[in-house]
Structure formats: C-alpha cells, structure tokens
Design a protein around this ligand. Structure first.
Ligand code: NAP
Ligand code: GDD
Length: 337
C-alpha cells in the first residue's frame, strides 16, 4: 500500500486529493494546523475524516517539519498548504512569503536530508504569470507576478526546479489555473457568488458585492485537477506541468451562469463602480460593485495551454464552466442559509 503525505489536507484541494488517494488504495497522512476548534468541514463533507492519519503540521516551524518527515514513512509528499488568498497577501506579505516561499524550501531541504527518494509535488499557480507575457500561458511562459502571493509562489516554483536539478530529487511543480468546487473557500469569487446567489434564491435580500467584474479566469473543477497532481508523481521523471481548461470567462459571465442555474433572469445596468444586476423575476438587486474589493494590482486575463499534461499525463479536464457554476450554485442552494 503506497503512503502519501498531504500538507493543507483541510483545504479544498487537500480534501479532494485525500479522497482520490484513498480510492486508489493509499494510506493517507495529512498535516493540520492547531486551531481553537477543529475545522475539518471539508473532510467531513466528503465522509473521509476517519480514514486519514492526521498530524499537527505547521509550514513555518522547521523542527515540526523535521519530526513529521522523520516519523512518517512515505512514498509521495504533496505540498498543498499555503496562504492561498491573493487578496490577503497585500495585508500579510511577510507571512505569505514565510508560508508560500520559505515553507517550500523547509520541506524540500528536510526531505533532501531524511527521505530524498520521496516524490514531491509543489502547488504552483497561474498567478505566477500575472501580467501575462503570452496567450495562452504554458510551461515556458515567463512570470510577472502581480501580488505578494504570486511573488512567493514564484520562489516556491523555482526552488522545486532547483532541488530537482541540484540533487536529482523527484520534485514536480504543477502550475494550476483556478479550480473551484462546492468545497471552495467562501472568500474566492466563484464561491462568494454561488453562496450569495443561493441565499438570495432562498429568500435573502442582500446583493452580492463584488470588485473587478472584467477580470478573466480559466476555471476548472478541483476534482479533475487533483487527478493531474497524482499523475505527475507517477511519471518516471519529475517535471513542470500546466493544468488548465483553455477556456477563459469573465467574473460577470460566471455570475450569469450561476444565476441561470438558480432560475434567475438578470438585467445588467451601468458600468464600473455603478454596475448592478437585478433579477427580473423578483425585482431584487442581486449584484452591486463595491470598490473595497478592487486589488492594488490585478491579473486581468488567465488562459492556459495544458497540451503537455494532455500528451504526457493523458490528463484532460472533464467539467466545463457552465456545469461548474451550476454544480456550485445548486450545492450552495442545498446548504443551510
Ligand atoms: P485552501 O483551500 O486555502 O487550503 C489551504 C490549506 O493550507 C489549508 O488546509 C490550510 O489550513 C493550510 N495552511 C495554510 N497555512 C498553513 C501553514 N502555515 N502551515 C500548514 N498549513 C497551512 O487552498 P486550495 O484552494 O486547496 O489550494 C491548494 C494549494 O494550491 C495552495 O497552495 C494554493 O496556493 C494552490 N493553488 C490553488 C489554486 C486554486 O485555484 N484552488 C490554483 C493554483 C494553485 P487551515 O485549514 O488550517 O486554514
Ligand atoms: N475574491 C474576490 N472577491 N475576487 C473578486 C471579487 C470579490 O469580491 N470581485 C472581483 N474579483 C476578482 C479578483 O479581482 C480576481 O481578478 C478574480 O475575481 C479571481 O479572484 P479569486 O477568486 O480571489 O482568485 P484568484 O485568481 O485571485 O486566486 C485563486 O487562483 C489562483 C490561481 O490563478 C486562488 O485560488 C489562488 O490560490 C490561486 O493560486
């Protein structure tokens, strides 16, 4: 039975990856942070919490990482833990760098000393492309990060490449475009939209307040993307892979698809800070712009080319954008308000 260790197992991707590896017959270990109350909602929602081996784990704490890697015999290590919210990274740039950049080298260097044969996955991101240098973005596209989060992740990516090249470690970097699900954190725009619309559909009156409606993202389903992570570590040689759908969508269009799934008919009015959307069927305002959600610097357009992953990993996304928006909106409709 192969053994895997997942950092960030309580997050969206960690939960789906743990579920996938259990289905594949793995013994699954995961790192959890000490909280004032146990927050394992995603693992509970997937019904897998009791099948996991959980360890107190903190990426900023070198000795904690050392003891964990010493005590758990593992074949694969997936580093998914991060301060993952771009918006918060301007308020917490040092913490973000400590976790998202230094945390990676802490793990890699400990693995190098204790378990250099372990296969390592780093959760890199399309946010590294930032102000994009070519369209679509692929493994060879240069980086121009536009946030402290993106800058920290560029270090995490290159140190992963460096440990592969310097020490021959099986260290892969997955450059993943945005991926969402009903388990997505509620601060990210897709889930904020589907949660807000579901509340409105169930009788609420508060419009969803959003920032930049024109940004475009290449959104896929998280369940598809964790399969790609696993496939990367099954290759004879480690490498870097983009996972993306190749389809880009504005925030406005995602909002429309989610609203349609809840039988709303939208009437869009105004532009910029004055933009609003109203549900014609109820007359309720369902969206208004609030400039407090604008970012100091924006990533305007992301669209990925996952050709390498398709050719070498046999990976392809299965869920399209309308299906994704509908899946999330309906799941939120079924949750308690
Ligand atoms: P998420 O839902 O925000 O989960 C982040 C996880 O990291 C949580 O389990 C969190 O623990 C843990 N964590 C945060 N700080 C930590 C620390 N200092 N020590 C140990 N654990 C810590 O993120 P996600 O969407 O699953 O994303 C997974 C990874 O992929 C992240 O590295 C993210 O940056 C990257 N990524 C995500 C996407 C995407 O679209 N989802 C795209 C590209 C890359 P708590 O539960 O205790 O908070
Ligand atoms: N969060 C949020 N809230 N974003 C908003 C809002 C709002 O009210 N209004 C507009 N947006 C815009 C943001 O300005 C951004 O352009 C876009 O929606 C997506 O924002 P997020 O959903 O927060 O995701 P992200 O693209 O910044 O980051 C996510 O994807 C990255 C991969 O590209 C995160 O999952 C990162 O961890 C990940 O690396």
């Amino acid at each position: 039975m192969p053994t895997a260790f997942i950092t960030g197992i309580t997050g969206q991707d960690g939960a789906y990856l743990a579920q996938l590896l259990l289905e594949k017959g793995y013994e699954v270990h995961g790192g959890v942070r000490r909280n004032s109350q146990p927050e394992r909602i995603r693992l509970e929602r997937l019904g897998i919490e009791d099948r996991l081996h959980l360890h107190e784990f903190e990426l900023t704490e070198p000795n904690n990482i050392f003891r964990t890697l010493r005590d758990v015999a593992m074949d694969e290590f997936y580093n998914l833990a991060a301060q993952s919210f771009v918006g918060a990274s301007w308020d917490m740039p040092v913490h973000t760098a400590d976790v998202d950049a230094m945390g990676v080298v802490r793990v890699l260097d400990t693995l190098r000393s204790l378990r250099p044969e372990v296969r390592f996955y780093q959760a890199s991101t399309s946010e590294m492309f930032g102000q994009v240098r070519e369209v679509p973005q692929r493994e060879t596209t240069g980086f121009h990060p536009r946030s402290p989060y993106g800058a920290a992740k560029v270090y995490g990516h290159y140190i992963t490449v460096n440990y592969r090249e310097s020490f021959g470690m099986h260290a892969s970097s997955g450059i993943l475009f945005n991926h969402e699900s009903p388990l997505r954190g509620e601060e990210f725009v897709t889930r904020k939209i589907t949660r807000g619309l579901a509340r409105l559909a169930r009788g609420g009156n508060d419009p969803v307040e959003l920032g930049n409606m024109d940004a475009q993202r290449d959104w896929g389903f998280a369940g598809d993307y964790v399969e790609g992570m696993w496939r990367m570590l099954q290759q004879e040689e480690a490498g870097d892979y983009v996972l993306a759908t190749g389809v880009t969508t504005t925030i406005r269009d995602f909002f429309t698809y989610a609203a349609e799934a809840l039988d709303m008919e939208l009437d869009w009015q105004g532009e910029g800070e004055a933009e609003t959307a109203t549900d014609r069927r109820t007359g309720k305002r369902v969206m208004q712009v609030n400039p407090k959600f604008y970012r100091p610097a924006e990533v305007d357009l992301l669209i990925g080319d996952a050709g390498k992953a398709r050719d070498r990993l046999g990976w392809a996304p299965r869920v399209g954008i309308r299906e994704l928006a509908g899946m999330m909106a309906r799941a939120d409709y079924d949750l308690p308000v």
